[in-house]
Ligand binder design. Structure first.
Ligand SMILES: *[C@@H]1O[C@H](CO)[C@@H](O)[C@H](O)[C@H]1NC(C)=O
Ligand SMILES: *[C@@H]1O[C@H](CO)[C@@H](O)[C@H](O)[C@H]1NC(C)=O
Ligand SMILES: *[C@@H]1O[C@H](CO)[C@@H](O)[C@H](O)[C@H]1NC(C)=O
Ligand SMILES: *[C@@H]1O[C@H](CO)[C@@H](O)[C@H](O)[C@H]1NC(C)=O
Ligand SMILES: *[C@@H]1O[C@H](CO)[C@@H](O)[C@H](O)[C@H]1NC(C)=O
Ligand SMILES: *[C@@H]1O[C@H](CO)[C@@H](O)[C@H](O)[C@H]1NC(C)=O
Ligand SMILES: *[C@@H]1O[C@H](CO)[C@@H](O)[C@H](O)[C@H]1NC(C)=O
Ligand SMILES: *[C@@H]1O[C@H](CO)[C@@H](O)[C@H](O)[C@H]1NC(C)=O
Ligand SMILES: *[C@@H]1O[C@H](CO)[C@@H](O)[C@H](O)[C@H]1NC(C)=O
Ligand SMILES: *[C@@H]1O[C@H](CO)[C@@H](O)[C@H](O)[C@H]1NC(C)=O
Ligand SMILES: *[C@@H]1O[C@H](CO)[C@@H](O)[C@H](O)[C@H]1NC(C)=O
Length: 429
């Protein structure tokens, strides 16, 4: 304790010294976790050093930088890094590795509810860069709670709550117990050059989950996990995603929305130049029966699918329950433009639209997806409308969709190619 005190005094003293040498030194002050007593051997609990360094950086005017140095692995317990901070911008130069406790029993949840490992709260002007690595040590959690339905028992690795003007760049995230990154209630987030990885059979290990947030830009990243590469959830708008390599994983999803008959909205989503490699879904919108609200103005453009099970899918019957409520999240103004590649399943495009609310203004333009196993190509669109009229249509038109999907704007150059017989499924009534 005394040693730490001396180190702290020294840190303060040396900074004062810098400030005297150059008038602006305070604005570039750095706060290295090693100076605060972090060991970085991957075993010692370095939580207190990180918290103290954060307190000082967060309380400093100018443009402070907290440094997590290269070549060290810092073991951290679940932590809350609180704002608001004094400076207009606070930076974490993140070069080393942070690692969660290995065994589930060793996790000590403190201020955090037990749903998060590292939480950043109410920070405006926040930059995290540097090539560092975040290791959530998820495997013990996956073993202890293997079921997807146990999602809530496993913590999210990194959560940003109510952070504005947030930049995450050039980081690696692996093996979260649950989803790797949550963007909750944030405005103006820019995420780029990330690599997120977890085994393809790890449960609920989404890459990035966005909720209640606006103006989120995600680009130039590789995401390979056991669940959605990116999920855009309730309360999100102006989400711009580009140049993502996704796979394995479950694709880039809007939703799931409207669980437990709740109100949910997502709008103004733009996904461009993404590749899905061996994912279960590609471009997906998923809503629960019985919810309400809307998912609208969503575009997926310039997408390559490689051996994807459901390359293009709108599913308003996500995880169906037996009690049917005649209510649904309204899906409208959705464009799938320039989608090409191969499908592992028999369907290229699946529009599983609700019987009552349905999907409105769904544009499919220049879709060219062939079945992996080759064979003769045919136009196929699967519209699985449960409880709807059974109709037999070999081509796609508004009438094929009946009352539930209109108008379906099939513009030029629609080519949905799969082999086998035309497979238009309308549900049994
Ligand atoms: C990522 O961080 C590493 C290590 O700090 C650095 O060498 C590299 O240039 C950075 N890359 C980008 C794209 O910023
Ligand atoms: C988290 O806390 C809740 C109650 O606060 C408890 O029911 C649950 O078992 C805890 N989960 C874990 C993984 O500790
Ligand atoms: C984000 O930053 C811009 C410019 O740096 C500033 O104008 C804006 O007020 C900031 N927004 C928030 C929510 O902090
Ligand atoms: C990603 O977005 C950032 C802005 O946040 C931009 O500076 C960068 O050029 C973009 N990178 C690519 C590869 O589009
Ligand atoms: C995109 O990400 C890759 C891999 O992380 C990196 O090498 C490249 O520099 C990034 N491109 C830009 C424009 O930042
Ligand atoms: C969705 O977000 C809105 C606020 O935008 C909120 O009122 C509603 O309760 C949220 N729904 C769910 C399911 O959380
Ligand atoms: C999305 O972000 C890219 C940069 O990554 C930018 O070029 C493009 O204009 C943005 N699109 C929208 C609709 O905001
Ligand atoms: C499209 O995304 C890939 C990564 O999947 C990237 O290498 C390429 O540069 C991107 N193209 C454009 C035009 O942004
Ligand atoms: C649809 O979303 C885009 C951003 O992806 C936005 O630029 C455009 O204004 C939105 N259109 C409508 C009609 O709101
Ligand atoms: C797609 O994934 C498979 C299996 O994971 C891998 O062998 C292949 O190289 C990947 N393709 C690309 C283009 O990365
Ligand atoms: C769904 O949204 C569309 C587009 O805003 C609208 O035209 C349609 O009436 C809505 N459907 C219902 C049932 O509210």
């Amino acid at each position: 304790m005394k040693g730490l005190y001396i180190i702290l005094m020294f840190a303060v003293a040396s900074c004062t010294l810098c400030a005297r040498i150059t008038p602006n030194a305070y604005s570039t002050s750095t706060f290295d976790v090693l100076t605060y007593g972090a060991i970085g051997d991957g075993k010692t609990d370095d939580s207190n050093a990180f918290l103290k360094a954060w307190d000082d950086a967060c309380g400093t005017e100018g443009t402070p930088t907290l440094i997590i140095p290269d070549g060290k692995t810092f073991m951290l317990q679940p932590l809350l890094f609180p704002g608001p901070c004094k400076p207009a911008t606070i930076t974490i130069e993140f070069k080393g590795t942070i690692i969660a406790p290995r065994a589930v029993e060793d996790w000590r949840f403190r201020q955090n509810k037990n749903n998060t490992w590292i939480k950043f709260s109410r920070i405006n002007g926040f930059v995290i860069i540097g090539g560092g690595k975040v290791d959530g040590q998820g495997s013990a959690w996956w073993t202890k709670y293997p079921k997807k339905s146990d999602e809530n028992k496993r913590p999210t690795a990194i959560r940003f709550y109510n952070c504005h003007n947030l930049t995450l760049n050039n980081l690696t995230h692996i093996d979260s117990p649950r989803n790797h990154i949550s963007i909750d209630d944030c405005k103006y987030t820019s995420i780029s050059n990330l690599h997120i990885a977890a085994p393809k059979d790890s449960p609920n290990t989404d890459g990035i989950d966005i909720a209640l947030s606006t103006n989120v830009l995600i680009n130039n990243s590789t995401i390979e996990t056991g669940d959605d590469c990116i999920a855009i959830n309730n309360g999100s708008s102006y989400i711009n995603i580009s140049s993502i390599f996704c796979g394995p994983g479950h694709g880039i999803s809007v939703g799931s929305l409207g669980k437990d008959k709740m109100y949910a909205t997502v709008e103004h989503v733009y996904v461009k130049n993404c590749t899905f490699n061996e994912t279960s879904n590609g471009a997906r919108i998923k809503t629960f029966e019985g919810g309400y609200g809307y998912a609208r103005n969503i575009t997926y453009e310039d997408i390559i699918v490689v051996r994807v099970k459901h390359p293009v899918i709108i599913d308003q019957y996500y995880d169906p329950k037996t009690d049917i409520i005649e209510q649904a999240v309204n899906v409208s103004d959705v464009t799938f433009l320039n989608i090409r590649g191969t499908s592992l399943g028999k369907n290229a495009v699946e529009l599983n639209c609700d019987n009552i609310i349905g999907c409105t203004n769904i544009v499919l333009n220049n879709i060219n997806i062939i079945r992996v196993d080759g064979g003769e190509a045919q136009s196929v669109l699967v519209i699985d409308v449960r409880f709807g009229r059974k109709e037999d249509h070999g081509s796609i038109s508004a009438t094929a969709i009946g009352m539930r999907l209109e108008p379906l704007d099939v513009r030029t150059n629609l080519l949905i190619r799969l082999d086998g017989p035309v497979d238009l499924i309308l549900g049994t009534s």
